[in-house]
Design a protein around this ligand. Sequence first.
Ligand code: SF4
Ligand code: SF3
Length: 544
Amino acid sequence: MDMFCYQCQETAGGSGCCGAAGVCGKTAEVAALQDVLVYAVKGLAEVVVKGKVSLADFPDLPREVLKSLFITITNANFDGEAVMRQTEKLIAARDALKAKLPPREWSHAAQFAGGSQQALLAVRKEAGVLSAADEDIRSLRETITYGLKGLAAYAQHAANLGKESPELYAFLYEALAATLDDSRTKEDLIALTLKTGEHGVQAMALLDEANTAAYGHPEITKVNLGVRGNPGILISGHDLSDLEQLLEQTQGTGVDVYTHCEMLPAHYYPAFQKYPHFVGNYGNAWWQQAAEFEAFGGPVLFTTNCIVPPRKDEVRRRIFTCGAAGYPGCTHIEAGPDGKKDFSPLIALAKSCPPPKELESGEIVGGFAHNQVLALADKVVEAVKSGAIRKFFVMAGCDGRQKSRGYYTEFAEKLPKDTVILTAGCAKFRYNKLDLGDIGGIPRVLDAGQCNDSYSLAVIALKLKEAFGLSDVNELPIAYNIAWYEQKAVIVLLALLSLGVKNIHLGPTLPGFLSPNVAKLLTETFGIAGIGTVEEDMQQFLGA
Ligand code: SF4
Ligand code: SF3
């Protein structure tokens, strides 16, 4: 079986993974099944949109759509069985909806039958990326689809905390259905791409509201990097409600909880600081997990991406997944009907494991989300007016394993001492442990949180625009040098564009799914550029 996937930054040769498996380790079979799942989601959306189905009558449906899209995000789920189960669920829901509607003509996506792996794989060609013959249409459809995957991930975290938006769901169906519609022109799809960005802002705002309502506003926090002598559980991914349940269930058990990668910013929330067994952060960004999980020695819980295929059975046996995450051979913790998850298998396993081996010691500081930075606004504005801060650099986004990402460490190191980095997402691990000092007490790396907290950076920029009495966000002394990897970064990028942010530098390479014409459009309309050498880019950003 052959495959084609180009949804992430590490796509083979910068243009597409094909052959038996992708660079991420996804097999051709799982890639095809994921394509079919996305196709089924689109077919369901078509039924909802064309059939004018009242969403209020099917309250569980949007969550299944969110989960389906989330499952197909890079490094979230490698379990073909789980992907098939979700596809069958969607096909059943789609057909149940159709049965209530008067007969009409549906597209193939709204009609194909499941029932077996063979039946699902039989539609892989129609479902695949290459089904659209025109490369610009394909590029725009995929840009929208990837943006929607990111949006769905954020909306699912918000929904897990009880925050949902019928308007956001209505857009999701509309946009998914539009990617099947051959009557949509390039111009239509360009407009829809921008509209996807606007809804990305809404999804991130909703998640911000959900997180802060449940757990308080992030505040300046020192996070411990060392370990204690108790057995531990390592939690990774982005879902804070899963973390809360884990912390509740591990209380008083003698088992400590550590964060990995994108779960690091959980330490900044007041509600989690009350747990004495929530010890600190262990390790670095997702791609370093193989060696770090071996050293950790205890159970690891993936609430979302990024999973790297474990190279040793011993480690695989210690990996658990929940939500949209999955990996064959790893235990998946299913939520009960009340949404609660039972983490007792992890706790029992942790008790039989040795305590984690120490990788490093010391502390890092974070917690600079919008509420905290705005509390310091006077100080920040003063520092800019006095010239103590010359420029801010938004260096949010994703980290990845390519050597070329050393660029971001070097860029952070070489930035002049009168500049401040605003970060969010796992991109931070390239420079958050460097000793870059502070400017009058303001640290030179301000970490807002997870990739979705890029929203916080946008809020900060908009507030600074007001504080300086500017009419355009691009007049601020803020430059954007963003790193991307998976599809959440796509929605973050589209969200920033919809807010009017121009001249974003995107690296380490531009997306392979942008056709030359679409890339040209982004360059000409929004000033999007790739990265060069650190020296060239520094010169361009600072003009010195
Ligand atoms: Fe390749 Fe990325 Fe797709 Fe994995 S997700 S198959 S690495 S393009
Ligand atoms: Fe990282 Fe996977 Fe994107 Fe949430 S954990 S930013 S790559």
